[in-house]
Design a protein around this ligand. Structure first.
Ligand SMILES: [Zn+2]
Ligand SMILES: [Zn+2]
Length: 336
């Protein structure tokens, strides 16, 4: 049996001394004396093994300690404790490792100095430089974009950018408000593509994609992409004509409407806007027979004849009306 040359105790493992003597005379682990964390002063991300990550100082420190740490194979580390010896984030820290060495529990410690070096990350320097790869143009067909639609657009952009926080190009480099709509410039091509699709999914409409050569890099053309989102002319509650039928739009997103005459669902393929939802007024039925309905004109308060839907109406019923082509149409209350 092998014996420890220092204390004479029998040795069970492969080391040339017993664990106790070994720990006193040799290193069981190595760590750089100075641990340097690299932090972006703009977004406060840390650079971990060449990648920028949105993590806390503590997590960045753990990552940095782990990547500097080297341990002899006989030392089975079970716990690592990192504790500050000075006040504040930078300064001295004790790094203590616990585990077993040739079957015996050991606890060993080293003191390191932690420093933080500031470096602007790629994302921030691109963002500050106005870098962009794609433009998402939001336009509405023949009308202004509503505030509600803009809310939806902003929400989608915020969510996508938040989800891609570690994508070095996931940022808005510019927002330009124009008479005809709004343009968002994004650092990443795919972010622009993704956002335009989500907007069209949510609000309906079409996307027209185009690209322009921006520059040449390493012998290759580099493009900038434009995703023009054209929101539909109609919105929920508007009155449109689809293939001769007059309908109330139920879903802008799905392109669905309901016929005001029969109450049937209509798929909007090529709708023509005939009245905005804020042009629809409340009225009351004065008289009604099989063919004709008379209502009070909401503005003049005169009794006028209107186009009758295929439902039963009786005097005193509340209905909605709108004017189109010098005629008055009645919409059953249930459809509004
Ligand atoms: Zn010994
Ligand atoms: Zn940054």
């Amino acid at each position: 049996m092998k014996r420890c040359p220092v204390c004479g105790k029998p040795i069970k493992g492969n080391l040339e001394m017993c664990p106790e003597c070994y720990v006193e005379r040799r290193d069981v682990f190595w760590l750089d004396d100075i641990i340097e964390l690299v932090k972006c002063p703009r977004c406060e991300f840390f650079k971990i093994r060449g990648r920028w990550k949105g993590i806390s100082f503590e997590d960045a420190l753990v990552e940095a300690v782990y990547s500097s740490l080297r341990v002899i194979p006989e030392f089975k580390v079970e716990d690592v404790f990192i504790s500050p010896l000075t006040r504040g984030e930078v300064g001295k820290y004790a790094v203590r490792l616990e585990g077993s060495l040739d079957g015996e529990f050991i606890s060993v410690e080293k003191v390191v100095e932690v420093r933080v070096r500031r470096e602007v990350c790629k994302r921030c320097s691109r963002e500050a430089g106005g870098y962009y790869e794609s433009i998402v143009q939001i336009r509405a067909d023949g009308r202004k974009i509503s505030e509600e639609e803009l809310e939806v657009v902003r929400g989608i952009i915020e969510r996508v950018i938040e989800r891609e926080r570690e994508n070095q190009k996931a940022f808005i480099s510019k927002i330009v408000e124009r008479k005809e709509g709004i343009d968002y410039y994004f650092g990443d091509r795919n972010i622009g593509k993704k956002i335009s699709r989500l907007i069209a999914d949510e609000l309906g409409g079409k996307i027209i994609e185009s690209k322009k050569i921006h520059t040449r890099k390493d012998g290759q053309d580099v493009y900038r992409f434009t995703y023009a989102v054209r929101l539909p002319a109609y919105r929920k509650g508007d009155i449109v004509e689809e293939n001769g039928r007059i309908c109330v739009v139920m879903s802008q997103k799905l392109g669905k409407a309901v016929s005001i005459d029969s109450g049937e669902t209509v798929n909007l393929r090529n709708p023509k806007l005939i009245a905005r939802r804020d042009e629809i007024m409340e009225s009351v039925v004065v008289s009604c027979d099989e063919f004709v309905v008379e209502v009070l004109h909401p503005i003049t308060q005169q009794v006028v004849q209107a186009i009758k839907p295929k439902i039963d109406l009786k005097p005193g019923d509340t209905v909605f009306v709108f004017e189109h082509g010098e005629r008055i149409y009645v919409i059953p209350k249930e459809l509004i």
